[in-house]
Design a protein around this ligand. Structure first.
Ligand code: AP5
Length: 218
């Protein structure tokens, strides 16, 4: 287990839609012992449960737009109160705006930002070919990570995993989320925050290996 697991501070996994955040988050969580907190998963759960929050978020998610900061910050604040968050967490897909990052700075300590870099031209194929196992939450891909044949009948495709919505999600990423990259780099110049950049174009195992190397030297 890496040295980082003993620290109470959190890690952010940052990248465009389909970069492989969820895929890598499962592994990083196992390596570090930090629970994965995915705002996308939390929102989808609220949509499934039909809560007021889920009903409000659904319209944004279906159109590939970011859900308003106030909703996201409320979700995260509540989640961080749970006891498993006391040793730091792994944020997957949060923060996504500078307002969210500023709010996070006031409620949690972040020691590392892992930026997974994948060019736009690879994103659409990744997203459109993604399939999810609703029983385990495992993420598959029809070409890059085929599921075992016995579970194929139960696999689902996310409602927002279509080409039109992906383009809108990419647009939201470039307009509202990518500026956070500079924001965190600047923050790292005046604090102990470590920002690392990982080439996400390799295979799933290669990307995991690059991240592991960074976690080991931390
Ligand atoms: P969210 O669920 O967070 O979606 P996302 O950021 O668009 O990210 P994805 O889940 O699509 O991709 P990923 O990077 O996790 O990739 P994955 O590992 O699955 O958010 C959904 C929506 O919720 C947003 O659009 C927004 O509306 C809302 N929302 C969520 N958080 C919010 C926030 N903080 N603020 C405001 N709104 C928020 O991999 C993708 C595919 O590629 C898979 O099939 C996988 O098998 C494959 N793959 C992974 N790695 C590789 C590899 N190295 N090579 C080849 N294939 C690979």
């Amino acid at each position: 287990m890496s040295a980082i697991s003993s620290q109470a501070s959190s890690i952010i996994l940052f990248g465009p839609p389909g970069a492989g955040k969820g895929t890598q988050a499962v592994r990083i969580s196992q390596t570090t012992g930090k629970p994965q907190i995915s705002t996308g998963d939390m929102l989808r759960e609220a949509v499934r449960a039909g809560t007021d929050l889920g009903n409000e978020a659904k319209g944004y998610m279906d159109r590939g737009l970011l859900v308003p900061d106030s909703i996201i910050i409320g979700l995260i604040s509540e989640r961080l109160k749970r006891s498993d968050a006391s040793g730091g967490v792994l944020f997957d897909g949060f923060p996504r705006t500078i307002a969210q990052a500023e709010e996070l700075s006031s409620i949690a300590e972040v020691s590392m930002v892992i930026m997974i870099q994948v060019p736009d031209e690879d994103i659409v194929e990744r997203i459109v070919g993604r399939r999810m196992d609703p029983e385990t939450g495992d993420i598959y891909h029809i070409k890059f990570r085929p599921a075992p044949s016995e579970i194929l009948p139960r696999l689902i495709q996310r409602k927002d995993d279509n080409e039109e919505t992906v383009r809108s999600r990419l647009n939201a990423y470039h307009q509202q989320t990518k500026p956070l990259s500079d924001w965190y780099h600047k923050l790292s110049e005046k604090t102990n925050l470590r920002v690392i950049s990982v080439d996400g174009r390799g295979s799933i195992d290669e990307v995991a290996e690059s991240i592991n190397l960074e976690l080991e030297v931390f």
